[in-house]
Ligand binder design. Structure first.
Ligand code: TMP
Length: 394
């Protein structure tokens, strides 16, 4: 496989096998037309970048019906309110602010006051339309050099560009960083947050890997990649979202750098997060994790226990397809998202049911797929007295 940034040939170090689109919840009549690709991962040691090999075109994922609205999660709404409070220090009065992957406008809405000029780029039509209805200026398109050039009033004048859980979706990072370069003012700031490689390795949370996550970043990779374009990593802030994320603050070169950057780079070097060694260890841990979860499910089934899944997450697609867990093991997966209910999980075709069905058909055990929302979920499902389990420790 070729590195997406440097074009260097790299050998994949692991294959998760045949994988469908993670968010490709499917109707029964479309089973025979389902799209699969071979999900392999590799690591470019030159820039310490963990990346997917073959991946479906973004148009296949971020289409008319992207089934995720940021505003549907109280936890995420709260997160974005706190994120806004943090980010204010990078603003002046009447700032120009752009969000890449602005979804339903939940985050950008915070900036609507104080005379700020805001603009969101959101390729999925359904969520972009929702944002526009709520008066959030939104471009229903991908963020790239040709689309940003249309917004002359932002070129070289943007004070803040932000992105949450979106940079890892972008195949052409070179074009993305060059677009940021076109937009940012000389003292402008680019802030983005993404699932963190260190957390994924530590938790053996290999379900972070799916078609939409082309890269899993670390401070080492971010620092090396942005240096190639005369930008610098000036600060980092660990986040609890998505099972362990990192917020990266980027500025043009020769700006003050927080001591936290040196600390995290040393941590990553000591733990070999900047080299292939940690990937080889991770691969072994994934194989052990697969064996453990299959043993657990077999044990429960032999004991006559019924199991359902809680939350039809994109992450669950990786687990179910890598471990080959189907409806002979898991009766159904419950979820709150209207777009998913009544369909089947990608690849393994487990039925997706609404929460009423779940409450009326309680199983003995529940596989928690949204393990990163454990507190919120266990709190609202206190009446369930059976066993919760997952492939990561709960
Ligand atoms: P994601 O991890 O791919 O973003 O998907 C999260 C899914 O979890 C989404 O379909 C909504 C679902 N969910 C529930 O059904 N109930 C919940 O309490 C939470 C937090 C999420």
């Amino acid at each position: 496989m070729k590195c997406k940034i440097t074009n260097k040939s790299i050998d994949p170090f692991m294959s998760f096998g045949k994988m469908p689109i993670a968010n490709g919840f499917i109707k029964e009549e479309n089973f025979s037309k389902e799209f699969f690709y071979n999900m392999e991962v590799g690591f470019n040691e030159d820039i310490s970048l963990f990346q997917l090999n073959d991946h479906p075109k973004p148009e296949m994922m971020f289409n008319q019906n992207y089934p995720f609205f940021t505003g549907s999660s109280e936890y995420m709404k709260n997160h974005f309110n706190k994120y806004y409070e943090f980010i204010k220090k990078y603003l002046k009065t009447k700032s120009k602010i752009i969000e890449i992957g602005s979804n339903d406008g939940t985050f950008l809405k915070n900036f609507l006051k104080d005379g700020n000029e805001i603009l969101g780029f959101e390729p999925s039509k359904n969520v972009a339309d929702f944002a526009k209805k709520n008066k959030i200026p939104t471009v229903n398109n991908f963020f790239n050099k040709s689309t940003v050039k249309n917004f002359k009033e932002f070129l070289g004048k943007t004070d803040l560009i932000c992105a949450s859980n979106v940079i890892c979706h972008v195949p052409n990072l070179k074009d993305l960083i060059e677009s940021i370069d076109l937009l940012l003012s000389s003292d402008g700031t680019f802030v983005f947050e993404e699932p963190y490689l260190g957390s994924m390795f530590e938790k053996v949370a290999y379900d972070q890997i799916y078609d939409e996550h082309i890269y899993i970043f670390s401070a080492s990779s971010v620092s090396k990649i942005f240096k190639m374009f005369n930008f610098e990593l000036v600060d980092v802030l660990p986040q609890t979202t998505h099972g362990g994320s990192m917020r990266y603050i980027i500025k043009r070169e020769n700006k003050p750098i927080s001591p936290k950057v040196k600390t995290i780079l040393s941590y990553e070097s000591e733990n070999k997060l900047d080299s292939l060694d940690s990937c080889i260890k991770f691969k072994k841990n994934c194989e052990i994790s697969k064996e453990n979860i299959l043993n657990k499910i077999n044990f429960l089934k032999k004991a006559g226990k019924s199991i359902c899944g809680y939350a039809a997450t994109s992450k669950s697609t990786t687990i179910l397809n890598y471990c080959k867990i189907d409806k002979s093991c898991i009766d159904f997966i419950c979820d709150t998202t209207i777009e998913k209910i009544g369909k089947f999980s990608p690849g393994m075709h487990i039925p997706i049911k609404d929460m009423n069905y779940f409450h009326n058909n309680m199983t003995d055990c529940i596989y928690l797929f949204a393990w990163n929302h454990k507190e919120e979920i266990l709190n609202k499902e206190k009446q369930f007295k059976g066993e919760w389990f997952s492939h990561v420790s709960l």
